[in-house]
Design a protein around this ligand. Structure first.
Ligand SMILES: Cc1cc2nc3c(=O)[nH]c(=O)nc-3n(C[C@H](O)[C@H](O)[C@H](O)COP(=O)(O)O)c2cc1C
Length: 215
């Protein structure tokens, strides 16, 4: 009986300690929505300096970095928070070479240590006309991954698949995708072996204020 009481006391102490640790963690934890981001300028700088990188060193990308990239993708907004996606991380040299051989516009794959194929998952997508939101949802995830890669000092490029039937078909075959999974694009990622200047795309004529054509 005495031993049971002792065990219960120890358990209660442990639960109390872990609750306290979690509370402390939450205080220091992620920034809440609406809170000012002190790193804001660095984030804008990261957006403005991202550029497509198509040449990579032979250095590989560790599993925890791959997970950060995938988490960045899954942090993207989606219509009704459906998260209608599936991500395929490819780090097998053989598979990367196979994919490179199939797509002449993705020759950079031959050197790359990693590709992430961003797919729409039609069994999670909305019904009817709204189903097409999957394209925007997966595009938002793709941009998040490109920006996260750049922030981590990696280089990446978006290579398109959907709506090009031949690319969708070859990716589906090589990656053994079921019918409900449609590849939107393949992001090729590696340690940069080139340093192209980011393009200046700011064109004020592409903006109107309040109604079309008013500047
Ligand atoms: C939908 C889409 C498809 C693309 N497909 C390819 C591709 O197949 N091969 C490639 O090298 N780059 C591809 N790109 C990258 C673009 O060429 C690149 O983003 C564009 O030239 C602007 O350059 P930046 O990314 O350096 O700003 C694609 C980009 C998008 C958004």
């Amino acid at each position: 009986m005495k031993r049971m009481k002792q065990t219960a006391l120890i358990l209660a102490l442990l639960v109390g300690m872990s609750a306290n640790m979690m509370a402390q963690q939450n205080q220091r934890g992620p920034r809440q929505a609406g809170q000012r981001n002190r790193g804001g300028r660095a984030i804008i700088e990261n957006i403005m300096t991202r550029t497509s990188i198509r040449s990579y060193t032979s250095q590989t990308i560790p599993a925890d970095t791959i997970e950060i990239l995938l988490k960045a993708g899954m942090a993207a907004p989606t219509a009704v928070n459906a998260q209608p996606w599936h991500f395929i991380a490819i780090n097998s040299k053989e598979k990367l070479a196979e994919l490179a051989a199939e797509n002449p516009r993705a020759g950079m794959l031959k050197q790359a240590p990693l590709a992430i194929v961003v797919c729409g998952n039609m069994s999670k997508a909305m019904q009817g006309k709204a189903q097409e939101y999957w394209i925007q949802d997966c595009s938002a995830a793709t941009e998040n991954i490109l920006l996260a890669a750049h922030a981590l000092g990696l280089g990446a490029v978006w290579t398109g698949a959907y709506p090009m039937d031949d690319r969708v078909a070859s990716l589906s075959k090589t990656l053994k995708l079921p019918e409900t999974i449609i590849p939107l694009c393949m992001i090729v990622i590696g340690h940069p072996a080139e340093q192209p200047q980011p393009k200046d795309k700011w064109k004020p004529e592409n903006v109107s204020y309040n109604e079309y054509g008013k500047h």
